[in-house]
Design a protein around this ligand. Structure first.
Ligand code: PLP
Length: 375
């Protein structure tokens, strides 16, 4: 049996990233949040289209240095940075360190002075800006991310030696549509200019993707136009965004073969090779991962209408990849092609649970791979 396989369509990714970049005003810099998917092929493909990369751990800094040697990470972020993390950021000469607290700024300043350097910093501020419709809220209320506005103002008024505060970073939520994301950007920029006299404002990622309706994509053109208005209101600032999911999600597919089909208490279950230990996204987000069936003409057992639950090989009822109300018939041996598996998929999966084989990785068109499955 062919192993479950991730297929990354890098040509589609390149086209998508170029279109996103083209939709943004010139004064908006596009960073890629590496945490969404650090696959080397994805990083090399995006390197052509984005202005830079946001790393959120020492591991991501090391990985970027290996995959894209000579390219300095644009930003280093993440809560709970240790001395070792901050030292690695200094050695990697990251463009901006996104500082999360007064303690962290003190640690960074000490290292900067010891190295005889001045480090460019954005303060991550937890601003009370509304994020209606968000799927995951990380700020605008009590949260471990960033610092309270008053603390940021105090630090900006009297920064420690070794630190140059350039502006503000705010990543407040995920799953924002274009209008909400732009109004968040407007609110953050207004605060940053007014209270910190910021030169730079990074408004984070969190652009929405819709797993229930893959064709309903974030409206980058509208967002670009609205960011243009924000820039017109603040002619001196530079804006940055750092999406992950909305850049990478569409380029990845997870292909796997149906091992068994059974009926239990009146309901169909389709059991595939692999499961959520390869593709954790549906378990993490509680959704049904969209998929198509590539039939392989087998004459084994098959579903015959009605609701179907697609599960993997783990010994837990949580190992559910998808539900369909009344999908196509699915037979043992068919290949299921799960779409939207290019972000927060393999890299967030609990891959050692049950010690099943890992998936394979390929590039190209996922449907071509599915049709040539096993050959
Ligand atoms: C600080 C920061 N920036 C960017 C991102 C990327 O978010 P998304 O993948 O939703 O665009 C995240 C995700 O958690 C984040 O925490």
């Amino acid at each position: 049996m062919t192993r479950p396989t991730y297929v990354y369509d890098l040509a589609a990714l390149a086209a998508h990233a170029a279109a996103v970049r083209a939709a943004l005003p010139e004064r908006v810099e596009l960073l890629y949040a590496v945490k969404a998917n650090p696959d080397p092929g994805i990083l090399r493909t995006l390197a052509e289209a984005v202005h830079g990369f946001e790393a959120a751990s020492r591991g991501e800094l090391d990985h970027l240095a290996t995959v894209l040697p000579g390219r300095r990470p644009a930003a280093f972020a993440g809560p709970g940075k240790t001395d070792a993390d901050l030292g690695a950021a200094l050695r990697a000469q990251v463009g901006r360190v996104h500082v999360e607290s007064t303690t962290e700024l003190g640690r960074l300043a000490a290292q900067a002075r010891a190295a005889g350097r001045t480090v460019d910093v954005l303060l991550r501020v937890n601003l009370p800006v509304a994020t209606p419709g968000a799927s995951l809220v990380m700020g605008g209320r009590a949260s471990p991310f960033g610092m309270d506005p008053r603390e940021a103002i105090r630090l900006a008024d009297d920064p420690p030696a070794g630190i140059r505060i350039r502006g503000v970073h705010a990543h407040l939520a995920s799953g924002l549509d274009a209008v909400v994301a732009a109004s968040v950007a407007r609110g953050v920029a207004q605060w940053a200019v007014r209270h910190l006299r910021a030169e730079e404002v990074n408004v984070g990622g969190g652009m929405s993707v819709n797993y229930a309706d893959p064709d309903r994509r974030f409206d980058w053109h509208r967002y670009g136009r609205l960011l243009g208005e924000v820039l017109a209101e603040h002619p001196t600032i530079r804006l940055r965004i750092e999406p992950g999911r909305a850049l990478a999600v569409y380029c990845g597919s997870y292909l796997t073969e149906v091992v068994d089909v059974k009926r239990s208490h009146g309901q169909w279950f389709v059991i595939v090779a692999g499961g959520t230990h390869h593709l954790r996204t549906p378990a993490a987000k509680g959704h049904s991962q969209p998929f198509v069936v590539v039939p392989r003409g087998g004459d084994g057992p098959r579903t015959d209408g009605g609701p179907v639950t697609v599960v993997g090989q783990l010994c837990t009822p949580k190992d559910v990849l998808a539900h369909t109300a009344d999908g196509p018939a699915i037979a043992v041996g068919d290949v299921l092609v799960f779409a939207m598996a290019g972000a927060y998929a393999w890299n967030i999966s609990h891959r050692d649970f049950l010690l099943h084989d890992p998936p394979d990785f390929r590039t190209g068109d996922p449907l071509l791979h599915a049709r040539r499955w096993g050959r």
